[in-house]
Design a binder for this molecule. Structure first.
Ligand SMILES: N[C@@H](CCC(=O)N[C@@H](CS)C(=O)NCC(=O)O)C(=O)O
Length: 153
């Protein structure tokens, strides 16, 4: 059971929060935010190493076939940036995002960058579509490093 503070100051109660997560994947970020907010939540493992994200039950839940995926009272939410913003805004006392608008949106900018520019590349690096092709792996690795280097500009 988790209580959420609405913008109007009212309180909303969620009876269940479930995080679909794979060990070592970026879904850990959503798990850390849920933990930091002190929420009672269940973790369901979708093991990417065994391609469990493609199993029909999970694909029906999240057609993107990716983790993290959050289910709150039977409604689903994908994308780290959305999940973490929802947690931060629902439980503002946790101060998971800065209150200053500029700093808050800089944090969201990083989260958007990781979610769209970095994590999809990491998955493809570890699981190149052209399995066993050294050239494809090397080129994916180069583009991943370029993305990470761009963060430090
Ligand atoms: N844009 C998504 C990216 C999620 C993502 O790439 N998740 C990876 C793990 S870090 C995944 O589930 N990969 C499985 C696949 O692509 O088959 C987000 O920010 O949540």
């Amino acid at each position: 059971m988790a209580q959420q503070q609405t913008p109007a100051g009212a309180t909303k109660t969620h009876s269940s929060i479930t995080l679909y997560h794979s060990p070592g994947a970026c879904s850990m970020a959503a798990g850390i935010s849920l933990f930091e907010a002190g929420l009672d939540f269940e973790v369901k493992i979708v093991n990417l190493k065994n391609n469990e994200q493609t199993l029909p039950d999970f694909a029906a839940l999240n057609p993107k076939k990716k983790v993290p995926f959050l289910v709150v009272d039977s409604a689903g939410l994908s994308e780290n940036v959305a999940i973490q913003s929802w947690i931060a805004e629902s439980w503002p006392d946790t101060q998971l995002l800065p209150s200053d608008p500029w700093n808050k949106h800089r944090a969201l900018s990083y989260m958007g960058w990781f979610g769209s520019g970095i994590h999809p590349h990491i998955t493809r690096h570890f699981k190149p579509t052209t399995n066993g092709c050294t050239h494809a792996r090397a080129s994916k690795r180069r583009s991943l490093y370029a993305e990470i280097k761009a963060l430090h500009r």
